[in-house]
Design a protein around this ligand. Structure first.
Ligand SMILES: [Zn+2]
Length: 336
């Protein structure tokens, strides 16, 4: 239930920081919540709080209990980004303890008005899917999953917004907030420069690559955010930090951040190149490219795959390697 990050880390890196393993019903598997014990200088803080299921609540409460903590003791919750597996018990904890709820400004809408925000998100995707030649039954499937994910979320008020450059007291140390948009536009990492520790959430995962998802812009008169390009920029920025260890939202800690970043960057270049080759073979729609790239794709992964392929097309367009041609409202992608 509770993993002290490692005894060594506990003693020499950051005393009082715990990772609590929380199950999710999603293919990604377990997610971590990080508990930072309180001190004279810092409130008792939970960074992320799982997905709101009974199994997850039991795991979170058992993990907290092993540290002598209950929901009532939590003074502050930091939400790293708006995905369902990270914000689960924010509302419940805020109601029980009156904890401060901290998140990026763009995450606040998802916490405060989850259902209208989710519906607006779904509506924004419709023309993108249609232009991408995505069949109606596949679109319906994606909407179904969106509603399913939304069903886990309870609204709560964000009492403090966090932005790039902000500082946060945790474990008697000052942490810096990095706004690392990409996987999500509202994703923040927390960095402690003396301990050289990064809480990387889903920005940097050792065992799986983070998927930059399609998202609406902040205001609808703005162009669609190019989240994969954002992600690659932010990966390179994080690689410049002096990081001894990064604790992610899922999976094992990362001890060689620059090496992992290089691996991820190379993977994206390779996938984009493969996509360009497919367009050169013969022009295709976004959906046809998704099926060609991921032939064994299952429905729950469809939105992730569409997001990734569109992200790689953004990259190829930026580099002048492909371009779309609209044909009866559907974009056909050609290699240039
Ligand atoms: Zn996520």
């Amino acid at each position: 239930m509770l993993t002290e990050i490692t005894p060594r880390c506990h003693e020499t890196i950051l005393k009082g920081l715990y990772a609590i393993t929380i199950p999710t019903p999603f293919p990604v598997g377990d997610v971590f919540a990080y508990l930072a014990l309180g001190s004279d200088a810092a409130p008792l803080t939970l960074i992320d709080c799982g997905v709101r299921t009974d199994e997850a609540r039991a795991a979170l409460q058992a993990g907290l209990e092993a540290c002598g903590v209950t929901f009532r003791d939590i003074e502050r919750v930091v939400i790293s980004h708006h995905h369902t597996d990270h914000l689960g018990f924010a509302a419940e904890i805020a109601a029980e303890s009156g904890a401060e709820i901290c998140a990026h400004r763009l995450c606040a809408l998802w916490l405060e008005q989850p259902e209208p925000t989710r519906r607006a998100f779904d509506a924004y995707l419709q023309p993108i899917f249609r232009e991408g030649g995505v069949p109606e039954d596949v679109i319906k499937g994606i909407e179904f999953i969106s509603a399913y994910l939304g069903s886990f979320v309870q609204p709560t008020r964000v009492t403090r917004t966090l932005a790039e450059g902000d500082q946060l007291e945790l474990l008697s140390r000052t942490w810096q907030v990095y706004h690392t948009k990409g996987h999500a536009g509202d994703l923040i990492c927390l960095y402690q420069p003396e301990a050289r520790v990064l809480l990387s959430s889903d920005h940097l995962l050792r065992d799986i690559s983070s998927n930059p998802l399609i998202e609406p812009p902040e205001s609808l008169d703005q162009p669609r955010p190019q989240r994969l390009l954002d992600y690659l920029d932010q990966l390179q920025r994080i690689a410049q930090l002096d990081i001894r260890i990064a604790y992610p939202g899922h999976g094992a800690p990362v001890t060689d951040v620059p090496q992992l970043v290089q691996t991820r960057l190379a993977m994206h270049v390779q996938r984009a190149e493969r996509l360009r080759a497919l367009c050169a073979e013969h022009p295709r729609t976004l959906y046809e490219l998704v099926l060609a790239m991921f032939p064994r794709l299952r429905q729950p992964e469809m939105f992730l795959a569409i997001s990734e392929v569109l992200g790689h097309l953004d990259l190829l367009v930026r580099d002048g390697k492909v371009m779309p041609e609209l044909c009866n409202g559907v974009a056909i992608w050609h290699a240039t």
